[in-house]
Design a protein around this ligand. Structure first.
Ligand SMILES: [Zn+2]
Length: 239
């Protein structure tokens, strides 16, 4: 059996499984996406995962707009947990997520990233009129956004394409070794923007603050940032 025959057979079986398991109501764009994959996802849940993984920009935007609907819980501020005692993030590199903190969690059926109800298949709209799915704690879109915010370097290829393969800082062609960079570095977000409302803060982790730059430019930028941090430290000591 050739590779393409093997794939065609596998896809026929996957499509048959998907069709059997497909609920009567299913998001149209997700189904279209599933049917154009080189490998058809065999379950509705996997079709939803595959859709959001292929659309990280949309997932990032959706997660932040749903978080805006929730707003920050009363009494919450962005704090770091230096002794790792109360479950908060220990570094300013982690995106602030109030609904992941035990004190502010909304419980089963609500997303730990954005705080909104999670419906069937991890979807963000109740297409089925069945209310929140109490077994779910994340929207599928929010999982993809959360991964992007925590590991943006996995999205280098997409950023490279979005930038027309040019370095944003120099306008020169991006080398193979180019790196993903936060335009506003995260330590400055913590130092200078930490009072920004949540979830507006999250934009510093999302695509609006991400860029690909050539490695030597990145190294120079990091050196500038290190000297800036040094200056801030000296200033703080003289206050
Ligand atoms: Zn969510």
């Amino acid at each position: 059996m050739t590779m393409s025959e093997w794939r065609a057979q596998r896809n026929r079986q996957a499509l048959a499984r998907l069709t059997r398991a497909l609920p009567e109501i299913f998001p149209g764009p997700v189904l279209t996406h599933a049917l154009t994959r080189p490998f058809t996802p065999p379950m509705p849940r996997l079709a939803v995962d595959s859709y959001w993984r292929a659309h990280p920009i949309r997932a990032d935007r959706l997660a932040r707009s749903m978080a805006a609907r929730s707003g920050a819980p009363n009494g919450w501020t962005w704090r770091l947990d230096c002794d790792r005692a109360d479950g908060l993030a220990s570094s300013f590199r982690a995106p602030p997520a109030p609904y992941r903190e035990a004190k502010f969690s909304r419980g089963p059926g609500f997303c730990r990233v954005c705080g909104q109800p999670v419906y069937r298949l991890g979807w963000h709209v109740d297409l089925w009129g069945r209310g929140a799915n109490r077994n779910a704690g994340w929207h599928t879109a929010c999982v993809v956004a959360w991964r992007l915010w925590n590991a943006p370097s996995d999205h280098g290829a997409m950023l490279r394409r979005l930038q027309g393969r040019r370095c944003v800082e120099t306008g020169r062609r991006l080398w193979k070794s180019a790196e993903v960079d936060h335009r506003v570095p995260l330590f400055r977000v913590w130092q200078e923007h930490r009072d920004t409302d949540w979830p507006a803060l999250l934009a510093f982790w999302g695509f609006p603050n991400l860029q690909m730059i050539n490695r030597e430019v990145h190294a120079a930028k990091c050196a500038d940032e290190a000297s800036y941090r040094g200056r801030r430290r000296v200033e703080a000591q003289h206050l």
